[in-house]
Ligand binder design. Structure first.
Ligand code: TTP
Ligand code: MG
Length: 656
């Protein structure tokens, strides 16, 4: 859309015409006081008392009884107790029950409609346009229709919108089902896009729903107290806009688009302008099963290896249990730490990853939890020592353990069936599936390189499918599935590129949307795509094309936590390292040779024999077998000039 779509009336309130989107019907669901409701279901005695859910020293949420007495979300425990001395506190650091309930709700919504997108633990978008069309086809012309629930700023002379009216009935049915089948109440918003549905769903709380008619879009946008209230405008964006003198939504609506484009680039400018006008054409993207499972804990100070080991063991205990319930077999283990930093408290994470021996993976799948944990702890400790010199003083504030590269047999956990396969918590042992993905070079975002933008916070959060992280007073807690920035991802609003820009193969589209514009451009550059293509043709077996495609699509769907690209340059980087090598078995590309060399000999042996048997599909170029010195001269190595572009790109990633 350009400026011609916006007409400014005399009172300067823009009238918005949205081409083609008037007939989309999007629902947004947000459960009421979610963690508190889950606890009230678990213990009905808590229903009528003021209840606060405590994580460390913060009340992350409280029931509506407590809210009536002045307790609010994110209040400190001390303040909450002061406001309401009879407040009952329940610890909410273990997310297991919240997660389970959360997926039940998504699953229930999916039983109505395939277009369901999760946003955090307690929010879902549903695109019910097709359902509305079907119902519309069944309605005879004489049928009267009405809205269910509230209508935002309703006045009697407004034109009724039959699409949204039917949507409101569907929303009511879905809310009824969530209440009767799961026992949870929640709010819903009904509008023509995700942004508006989210904005309107919270206007009447709790346990209510609201429709937003097109003619009231300007009103709801005008009600927002500042730009930061626009879903999709993150902290950093708001700061940049403020530097231009833009504070209110109206400021942004009226700021000359050309000037904004000069400051922020055309795409960002247009995206932000659209947001301010309530325009959001992003699709409801069905959520698949998680691409990685992780658990983490934050603390003020951890400075001994003993403590680190104990924490790793504790985190692995619950993670392995969850992984077992999931049913897939993880191929890769990643350890992330955060060192204390006075200036860069939340985002300076470092990670190392290593392959998980098949036997250990199978123990997870078969439910031999204790053995699996015992074998994973030394692996994690090795990774830890790769990052931290324990002979010197260290100060950690967070540890995260993560399983990724999750392999399942049968229908791929991607696309439509993905989430269902995640719910089916099969405990049956599954044979490890060897796929091309296992042998691809895996690169993980180095969150520290993105420390100053909100997109990086998202990535940082996304890395954790679950988090017990609680920041200091006043800060939003960092439950990765429950961060405001998640909406930025979901709506692709904080990200610079357009939703319509297709990522290159092997790059998670969601992650791609969040990348800075220059990185996107680089990934889309002919050089990069050519090198990707030549890499693929060199390293993928022709006869196995369909299975490779399936794996690839699964990989893309399953990896919101980071980005995986095949990058020839990185293969070469890895080759430069001096490695312990077997003459007849190459390392798969995702193996950090240094980590490998530090693994216990029996684990090394096991991995070597596995790789040997697997006869990796994606071998590194033939130069791998040459000596260390010859690698940089390898004919596969791109000429200096050409490689510089890729090296530029590499600086944004950190090899796993
Ligand atoms: P919200 O939907 O923001 O809050 P809520 O569902 O508790 O209450 P409301 O009725 O106002 O929607 O968040 C969902 C859950 O996420 C919440 O129950 C607790 C958790 N949460 C955090 O872990 N950290 C946070 O900073 C916030 C705001 C919520
Ligand atoms: Mg909620």
């Amino acid at each position: 859309m350009d400026n011609s779509d916006i007409e400014v009336e005399e009172d300067e309130r823009p009238v918005i015409k949205i081409p083609g989107s008037a007939h989309r019907v999007i629902l947004h669901f947000d459960l009421d006081c979610f963690y508190a409701q889950v606890e009230m279901i678990r213990n009905p005695a808590l229903r009528d008392v003021p209840l606060g859910i405590q994580q460390k020293y913060i009340i992350v949420t409280c029931n509506y009884v407590a809210r009536e007495r002045g307790v609010t979300k994110l209040m400190s425990v001390t303040d909450a107790k002061e406001k309401c001395p009879e407040l009952v506190l329940v610890k909410g650091e273990d997310l297991t029950h919240y997660r389970e309930m959360s997926y039940k709700v998504t699953e229930l919504l999916l039983s109505y409609c395939p277009l369901v997108e999760r946003l955090g633990f307690d929010e879902n978008f549903v695109d019910v346009t097709e359902m509305v069309e079907q119902r519309l086809a069944e309605i005879s012309e004489t049928d009267s229709f009405s809205f269910k629930g509230n209508v935002f700023n309703h006045s009697s002379n407004q034109d009724a919108n039959i699409w949204l009216a039917i949507g409101s009935h569907i929303a009511a049915e879905m809310r009824d089902a969530i209440r009767s089948k799961i026992g949870l109440t929640g709010c819903a918003g009904v509008a023509t896009n995700k942004l508006l549905a989210k904005l309107v769903s919270g206007t009447f709380k709790p346990n209510q729903q609201t429709v937003l008619l097109q003619e009231n879009v300007g009103d709801i946008m005008g009600c927002l107290s500042g730009l930061r209230k626009v879903p999709g405008v993150g902290h950093q964006t708001a700061k940049r806009l403020q530097a231009l003198g833009l504070v209110s939504v109206k400021d942004l609506q009226l700021y000359p688009l050309g000037d904004l484009a000069r400051e922020l680039g055309a795409t960002t400018a247009q995206r932000l302008r659209n947001l301010a006008l309530g325009i959001d054409e992003s699709a409801v993207t069905p959520t698949g099963a998680p691409q990685s499972l992780s658990d983490e804990d934050s603390f003020k100070k951890m400075c001994s290896v003993k403590e680190v080991m104990a924490k790793i063991r504790e985190l692995l205990g619950s993670l392995v249990e969850r992984m077992h319930k999931d049913g897939r077999q993880p191929q890769t283990f990643r350890l992330t730490i955060r060192r204390f930093s006075a200036t860069n408290k939340w985002f300076s994470r470092e990670s190392r990853q290593a392959p998980i021996p098949g036997a250990v993976g199978q123990k997870i799948v078969s439910g031999n939890i204790e053995d699996a944990v015992s074998q994973l702890v030394p692996l994690a400790v090795k990774l830890f020592h790769k990052m931290v010199d324990s002979n010197a003083a260290f100060h950690l504030t967070l540890i995260n353990v993560c399983f990724s590269n999750l392999q399942s047999r049968g229908p791929a956990a991607s696309g439509k069936g993905a989430i269902t396969s995640f719910f089916t918590q099969s405990a049956s042992p599954r044979k490890s599936q060897i796929s091309s993905t296992q042998n691809q070079v895996i690169m993980v975002f180095n969150a520290t390189l993105f420390t100053q933008n909100a997109g990086s916070r998202l990535l940082d959060h996304q890395i954790s499918e679950c988090s017990r992280n609680v920041p200091p007073k006043g800060q939003m807690t960092c439950n990765s599935e429950q961060s405001e920035e998640n909406y930025e991802a979901s709506c692709s609003t904080e990200g610079i590129n357009s939703d319509k820009t297709k990522p290159p193969p092997h790059v998670d589209p969601e992650v791609f949307r969040l990348l800075p514009e220059e990185i996107q451009k680089e990934l889309l550059s002919p050089y990069y795509l050519n090198s990707l293509q030549s890499h693929m043709s060199k390293h993928e077996p022709l006869g196995n094309d369909s299975s490779m495609k399936a794996d690839r699509s699964r990989m893309n769907h399953q990896q919101p936590a980071g980005i995986r690209v095949i990058n020839e340059e990185n293969v070469m980087e890895q080759e430069k390292l001096s490695l312990p090598r077997s003459s007849d078995c190459n390392f798969p590309g995702n193996v950090d040779p240094e980590v490998f060399s530090e693994l216990p000999p029996d684990v090394q042996k096991e991995l070597m024999s596995e790789w040997k048997q697997q006869n990796p599909v994606l071998k590194t170029p033939s130069s791998r077998k040459t000596g260390k010195g010859s690698i940089s001269k390898s004919k596969d190595r791109k000429a200096e000039g050409r490689s510089s572009q890729s090296n530029n790109l590499l600086k944004y990633f950190k090899p796993g």
